[in-house]
Design a protein around this ligand. Structure first.
Ligand code: SAH
Length: 246
């Protein structure tokens, strides 16, 4: 399973230092830390640091290099993001599909997957685009399709996190705080609940309708643990100990 730190975000010739900082922030928010900057116009820069706002560690660790080749050295797969359709057709997919594909790749832990982003003014040139196996587009308004660079990074990394978490559920069933209450324990609660509801005349045993069935469906959905059943039975017991007013 791919670790998100194996995804390398490569900004090619970014011009605005603010976008570099905002990229670091976007990445850290989504759990990525591997950033490469190819010939940044102005870097290091105070604006980059200011916009990184707490993600300075990602900036500090960024690889600054002179060529795309250098940035891609340890990468087994290359993706390139682009808003424009180029003359030369190329395998391409939307950002969500790409994120799922990337997260499903089996990769040696020393290897990385690169995602290239172009400069603000012209994007990636054709030569760089042809280094990628796949082009990624973020679906947009067709007559206004170019996003701000760091926002494109934000959407890409968000989709990567979603795809990654989807493949590695955050709370696997075994990691529940407490195991599910067993059938007989929950059944005991339903009996208790029924007598309590009868006691307060909410349930008429002669005309029960679907009440208990609906309540069972509701509580079954909650996947109760033993402590929760104890609380609920405690409430039933307390109500049963009182005499209804009328
Ligand atoms: N003016 C350039 C766009 C530059 S935006 C052009 O027309 O190509 C800077 C970078 O953000 C792009 O190179 C690309 O990496 C990314 N980007 C912006 N909008 C995007 C979109 N809709 N889909 C995919 N990537 C996008």
């Amino acid at each position: 399973m791919l670790n998100l730190n194996q995804v390398k975000v490569v900004l090619v010739e970014p011009s605005h230092p603010g976008n570099i900082g905002a990229t670091a922030r976007a990445m850290k928010n989504m759990g990525l830390s591997n950033l490469a900057l190819v010939s940044p116009k102005r870097y290091p820069n105070v604006e980059a640091t200011a916009l990184a706002s707490g993600a300075d560690d990602v900036l500090q660790a960024a690889l600054v290099c002179d060529s795309v080749d250098e940035a891609l050295q340890d990468c087994s797969y290359i993706y390139a993001t682009t808003a424009r359709h180029r003359k030369l057709g190329w395998p391409s997919c939307d950002v969500r599909t790409a994120a799922t594909e990337i997260c499903s790749r089996e990769l040696d832990s020393s290897k990385k997957i690169a995602i290239l982003f172009g400069c603000e003014r012209v994007g990636l040139d054709n030569d760089t685009l042809t280094r990628a196996q796949t082009h990624i587009y973020i679906p947009t308004n067709p007559v206004y399709s170019s996003l701000n660079l760091s926002q494109a990074v934000q959407l890409m990394t968000y989709e990567l996190k979603m795809a990654h978490d989807g493949l590695n559920p955050v709370l696997p069933v075994e990691a529940r705080e407490a195991p599910l209450a067993s059938y007989d324990i929950v059944e005991g609660f339903y009996q208790h609940l029924e007598s309590m509801l009868t006691h307060i005349y909410f349930l008429d045993p002669k005309q029960p309708k679907m009440l208990m069935g609906r309540l069972r469906r509701l509580f079954n959905r909650a996947e109760l643990c033993e402590t929760e059943v104890h609380i609920l039975r405690g409430i039933c017991k307390a109500v049963l100990s009182k005499t209804p007013k009328d």
